[in-house]
Write a protein that binds this ligand. Structure first.
Ligand SMILES: NC(=O)c1ccc[n+]([C@@H]2O[C@H](COP(=O)([O-])OP(=O)(O)OC[C@H]3O[C@@H](n4cnc5c(N)ncnc54)[C@H](O)[C@@H]3O)[C@@H](O)[C@H]2O)c1
Length: 238
Protein backbone atom coordinates (compact mmCIF):
# COMPACT_ATOMS: atom_id res chain seq x y z
CA UNK A 1 0.00 0.00 0.00
CA UNK A 2 1.36 3.47 -0.90
CA UNK A 3 1.63 5.75 2.10
CA UNK A 4 0.30 9.31 1.95
CA UNK A 5 3.11 11.86 1.95
CA UNK A 6 2.88 14.98 4.10
CA UNK A 7 3.64 18.51 3.05
CA UNK A 8 6.46 19.37 5.47
CA UNK A 9 8.00 22.86 5.52
CA UNK A 10 11.02 23.98 7.56
CA UNK A 11 11.39 27.72 8.14
CA UNK A 12 14.95 28.36 9.32
CA UNK A 13 16.92 31.32 10.66
CA UNK A 14 20.46 32.06 11.80
CA UNK A 15 20.22 29.60 14.76
CA UNK A 16 20.07 26.76 12.22
CA UNK A 17 23.69 27.42 11.28
CA UNK A 18 24.95 28.32 14.78
CA UNK A 19 26.25 24.77 15.35
CA UNK A 20 28.25 25.14 12.12
CA UNK A 21 30.11 28.07 13.74
CA UNK A 22 28.30 30.88 11.90
CA UNK A 23 27.30 33.55 14.43
CA UNK A 24 23.62 34.49 14.64
CA UNK A 25 22.62 38.13 14.35
CA UNK A 26 21.15 38.42 17.90
CA UNK A 27 24.03 36.57 19.57
CA UNK A 28 26.43 39.14 18.12
CA UNK A 29 24.25 41.95 19.56
CA UNK A 30 23.46 43.23 16.10
CA UNK A 31 27.16 43.71 15.40
CA UNK A 32 29.22 41.69 12.99
CA UNK A 33 32.98 42.15 13.35
CA UNK A 34 32.29 45.52 15.01
CA UNK A 35 30.18 46.87 12.15
CA UNK A 36 26.64 48.04 12.75
CA UNK A 37 23.98 46.77 10.36
CA UNK A 38 23.44 50.33 9.08
CA UNK A 39 27.09 50.53 7.98
CA UNK A 40 27.04 47.30 5.97
CA UNK A 41 23.55 45.89 5.34
CA UNK A 42 21.45 48.69 3.84
CA UNK A 43 21.20 50.23 0.36
CA UNK A 44 22.47 53.50 1.91
CA UNK A 45 25.59 51.70 3.14
CA UNK A 46 26.30 50.47 -0.41
CA UNK A 47 25.83 53.99 -1.80
CA UNK A 48 28.10 55.47 0.87
CA UNK A 49 30.93 52.88 0.82
CA UNK A 50 30.56 49.91 -1.59
CA UNK A 51 34.14 48.79 -0.89
CA UNK A 52 33.43 48.41 2.85
CA UNK A 53 30.17 46.50 2.14
CA UNK A 54 31.95 44.21 -0.35
CA UNK A 55 34.78 43.57 2.13
CA UNK A 56 32.29 42.80 4.90
CA UNK A 57 30.41 40.21 2.82
CA UNK A 58 33.70 38.75 1.52
CA UNK A 59 34.58 38.00 5.16
CA UNK A 60 31.14 36.44 5.78
CA UNK A 61 31.54 34.33 2.60
CA UNK A 62 35.00 33.18 3.73
CA UNK A 63 33.56 32.10 7.10
CA UNK A 64 30.70 30.25 5.38
CA UNK A 65 33.02 28.49 2.91
CA UNK A 66 35.11 27.28 5.86
CA UNK A 67 31.98 25.92 7.60
CA UNK A 68 30.21 22.63 7.02
CA UNK A 69 26.55 21.61 7.43
CA UNK A 70 25.72 20.50 10.99
CA UNK A 71 23.56 17.59 12.17
CA UNK A 72 20.39 19.70 11.93
CA UNK A 73 20.94 20.42 8.22
CA UNK A 74 21.80 16.75 7.68
CA UNK A 75 18.74 15.40 9.56
CA UNK A 76 16.50 17.49 7.30
CA UNK A 77 18.18 16.43 4.05
CA UNK A 78 18.25 12.74 5.08
CA UNK A 79 14.51 12.84 5.82
CA UNK A 80 13.87 13.44 2.11
CA UNK A 81 14.30 9.68 1.62
CA UNK A 82 11.17 9.22 3.78
CA UNK A 83 9.14 12.33 2.90
CA UNK A 84 10.01 15.50 0.93
CA UNK A 85 10.79 18.63 2.97
CA UNK A 86 10.70 22.16 1.57
CA UNK A 87 13.09 24.54 3.31
CA UNK A 88 12.42 28.26 3.43
CA UNK A 89 15.49 29.90 4.91
CA UNK A 90 16.25 33.42 6.04
CA UNK A 91 19.91 32.44 5.94
CA UNK A 92 22.22 33.68 3.24
CA UNK A 93 24.57 30.70 3.69
CA UNK A 94 24.32 27.63 1.44
CA UNK A 95 24.51 24.96 4.16
CA UNK A 96 21.04 23.54 3.47
CA UNK A 97 22.04 22.91 -0.16
CA UNK A 98 25.46 21.55 0.81
CA UNK A 99 23.81 19.12 3.22
CA UNK A 100 21.82 17.70 0.29
CA UNK A 101 18.40 19.37 0.67
CA UNK A 102 16.88 19.66 -2.79
CA UNK A 103 14.04 22.15 -2.23
CA UNK A 104 15.47 25.34 -0.72
CA UNK A 105 14.03 28.84 -1.06
CA UNK A 106 16.26 31.71 0.10
CA UNK A 107 14.13 34.54 1.40
CA UNK A 108 17.03 36.94 2.01
CA UNK A 109 19.32 35.93 -0.85
CA UNK A 110 22.37 33.73 -1.21
CA UNK A 111 25.83 35.03 -0.37
CA UNK A 112 27.41 32.69 -2.93
CA UNK A 113 25.80 34.77 -5.69
CA UNK A 114 26.03 38.38 -6.85
CA UNK A 115 23.70 40.65 -8.77
CA UNK A 116 23.74 44.00 -10.52
CA UNK A 117 23.84 47.15 -8.37
CA UNK A 118 22.06 48.99 -11.21
CA UNK A 119 18.31 49.69 -11.42
CA UNK A 120 17.42 46.09 -12.37
CA UNK A 121 18.91 44.13 -9.45
CA UNK A 122 16.79 40.99 -9.79
CA UNK A 123 17.37 40.47 -13.53
CA UNK A 124 20.07 37.82 -13.04
CA UNK A 125 22.18 36.21 -10.32
CA UNK A 126 25.83 35.26 -10.90
CA UNK A 127 27.66 32.51 -9.01
CA UNK A 128 30.68 33.65 -7.00
CA UNK A 129 33.14 30.80 -7.22
CA UNK A 130 35.54 31.91 -4.47
CA UNK A 131 35.30 33.86 -1.21
CA UNK A 132 36.00 37.15 -2.95
CA UNK A 133 33.75 39.47 -4.90
CA UNK A 134 36.08 42.09 -6.43
CA UNK A 135 35.38 45.83 -6.80
CA UNK A 136 36.08 45.43 -10.53
CA UNK A 137 33.46 42.65 -11.04
CA UNK A 138 30.69 43.97 -13.31
CA UNK A 139 27.40 42.64 -14.75
CA UNK A 140 26.92 42.58 -18.56
CA UNK A 141 25.14 45.98 -18.32
CA UNK A 142 28.32 47.49 -16.85
CA UNK A 143 27.12 47.99 -13.26
CA UNK A 144 29.27 46.90 -10.36
CA UNK A 145 28.24 43.55 -8.85
CA UNK A 146 26.91 43.51 -5.27
CA UNK A 147 26.17 40.49 -3.06
CA UNK A 148 22.81 38.78 -3.69
CA UNK A 149 21.56 39.60 -0.20
CA UNK A 150 18.33 41.35 0.77
CA UNK A 151 19.39 44.32 2.89
CA UNK A 152 17.32 46.00 5.59
CA UNK A 153 14.83 48.30 3.86
CA UNK A 154 14.77 46.30 0.60
CA UNK A 155 11.88 44.37 -0.88
CA UNK A 156 11.73 40.63 -0.09
CA UNK A 157 10.98 39.36 -3.60
CA UNK A 158 10.46 35.72 -2.53
CA UNK A 159 7.91 36.58 0.18
CA UNK A 160 4.78 35.68 -1.81
CA UNK A 161 6.32 32.39 -3.05
CA UNK A 162 7.18 31.53 0.56
CA UNK A 163 3.67 32.39 1.75
CA UNK A 164 2.17 30.10 -0.93
CA UNK A 165 4.37 27.20 0.20
CA UNK A 166 3.51 27.74 3.88
CA UNK A 167 -0.25 27.93 3.14
CA UNK A 168 -0.06 24.37 1.77
CA UNK A 169 1.94 22.91 4.67
CA UNK A 170 0.59 20.04 6.78
CA UNK A 171 3.50 20.56 9.18
CA UNK A 172 5.55 23.73 9.75
CA UNK A 173 8.83 23.49 11.69
CA UNK A 174 10.32 26.86 12.64
CA UNK A 175 13.99 26.61 13.67
CA UNK A 176 16.52 29.10 15.05
CA UNK A 177 14.87 32.40 14.30
CA UNK A 178 14.11 35.17 16.78
CA UNK A 179 11.13 36.17 14.59
CA UNK A 180 12.28 39.78 14.91
CA UNK A 181 12.98 40.46 11.22
CA UNK A 182 9.93 41.62 9.27
CA UNK A 183 8.26 40.78 6.94
CA UNK A 184 9.76 37.24 7.12
CA UNK A 185 8.51 36.67 10.67
CA UNK A 186 4.87 37.16 9.55
CA UNK A 187 5.09 33.98 7.46
CA UNK A 188 4.35 31.78 10.51
CA UNK A 189 0.77 33.14 10.40
CA UNK A 190 0.19 32.05 6.77
CA UNK A 191 -0.54 28.38 7.63
CA UNK A 192 -3.96 26.80 7.19
CA UNK A 193 -5.90 26.03 10.42
CA UNK A 194 -5.07 22.27 10.31
CA UNK A 195 -1.32 22.76 10.04
CA UNK A 196 0.68 21.25 12.92
CA UNK A 197 3.28 23.84 14.03
CA UNK A 198 6.56 23.43 15.93
CA UNK A 199 9.17 25.96 17.01
CA UNK A 200 12.69 24.77 17.91
CA UNK A 201 14.91 27.32 19.69
CA UNK A 202 16.81 27.44 23.01
CA UNK A 203 14.93 30.69 23.70
CA UNK A 204 11.48 29.58 22.50
CA UNK A 205 9.92 29.85 25.98
CA UNK A 206 10.46 33.62 25.81
CA UNK A 207 8.94 33.93 22.34
CA UNK A 208 5.41 35.04 21.67
CA UNK A 209 3.85 32.66 19.14
CA UNK A 210 0.25 31.37 18.73
CA UNK A 211 -0.68 28.91 21.51
CA UNK A 212 -0.95 25.83 19.24
CA UNK A 213 2.81 25.94 18.51
CA UNK A 214 4.67 23.01 20.08
CA UNK A 215 7.71 24.64 21.70
CA UNK A 216 10.89 22.55 21.56
CA UNK A 217 13.38 24.22 23.88
CA UNK A 218 16.52 22.86 22.33
CA UNK A 219 19.36 23.38 19.87
CA UNK A 220 18.55 22.91 16.19
CA UNK A 221 20.27 19.50 15.92
CA UNK A 222 18.69 17.91 19.02
CA UNK A 223 15.29 19.52 18.40
CA UNK A 224 14.91 18.52 14.76
CA UNK A 225 15.91 14.94 15.58
CA UNK A 226 13.07 14.68 18.14
CA UNK A 227 10.48 16.35 15.92
CA UNK A 228 11.35 14.30 12.81
CA UNK A 229 11.31 11.06 14.82
CA UNK A 230 7.73 11.89 15.92
CA UNK A 231 6.70 12.68 12.34
CA UNK A 232 8.32 9.44 11.12
CA UNK A 233 6.18 7.47 13.60
CA UNK A 234 3.01 9.11 12.24
CA UNK A 235 4.10 8.44 8.64
CA UNK A 236 4.97 4.80 9.21
CA UNK A 237 1.73 4.17 11.15
CA UNK A 238 0.09 5.11 7.84
N1 LIG B 1 23.81 31.94 8.69
C1 LIG B 1 23.32 33.03 8.08
O1 LIG B 1 23.11 33.06 6.86
C2 LIG B 1 22.98 34.24 8.91
C3 LIG B 1 23.66 34.51 10.10
C4 LIG B 1 23.29 35.65 10.84
C5 LIG B 1 22.27 36.48 10.38
N2 LIG B 1 21.64 36.19 9.22
C6 LIG B 1 20.52 37.07 8.76
O2 LIG B 1 20.15 37.96 9.79
C7 LIG B 1 18.73 37.93 10.07
C8 LIG B 1 18.57 37.47 11.50
O3 LIG B 1 17.28 36.93 11.84
P1 LIG B 1 17.13 35.45 12.44
O4 LIG B 1 15.81 35.43 13.13
O5 LIG B 1 17.43 34.47 11.39
O6 LIG B 1 18.30 35.32 13.48
P2 LIG B 1 18.49 35.96 14.91
O7 LIG B 1 19.96 36.11 15.11
O8 LIG B 1 17.64 37.15 15.12
O9 LIG B 1 17.95 34.83 15.89
C9 LIG B 1 18.65 33.63 16.03
C10 LIG B 1 17.82 32.69 16.86
O10 LIG B 1 18.52 31.46 16.88
C11 LIG B 1 18.48 30.95 18.19
N3 LIG B 1 19.62 30.04 18.35
C12 LIG B 1 20.88 30.31 18.76
N4 LIG B 1 21.62 29.19 18.77
C13 LIG B 1 20.80 28.19 18.33
C14 LIG B 1 20.99 26.79 18.09
N5 LIG B 1 22.16 26.19 18.31
N6 LIG B 1 19.93 26.07 17.65
C15 LIG B 1 18.73 26.66 17.42
N7 LIG B 1 18.50 27.97 17.62
C16 LIG B 1 19.53 28.72 18.06
C17 LIG B 1 18.48 32.15 19.09
O11 LIG B 1 17.92 31.83 20.37
C18 LIG B 1 17.62 33.13 18.30
O12 LIG B 1 16.25 33.00 18.64
C19 LIG B 1 18.13 36.97 9.07
O13 LIG B 1 17.48 37.73 8.13
C20 LIG B 1 19.30 36.26 8.41
O14 LIG B 1 19.19 36.37 7.01
C21 LIG B 1 21.97 35.09 8.48
Amino acid sequence: MTKKLLNIVVFSGAGMSAESGIPTFRDSNGLWENYSIHEVATPQAWKHDPDLVTKFYNQRRKNILESIPNEAHLEISRFESINPITVITQNIDDLHERSGSTRVLHLHGNIMQSKSSGPDTEKAYYDINSWELKSTDKCPDGYRLRPHVVWFGEEVYELSNAAKIIKEADILIVIGTSLQVYPASGLIHETNPDCKRYIIDPKCEEMIVPSDFVKVNSSASAGIKTVLENIKKVLTKG
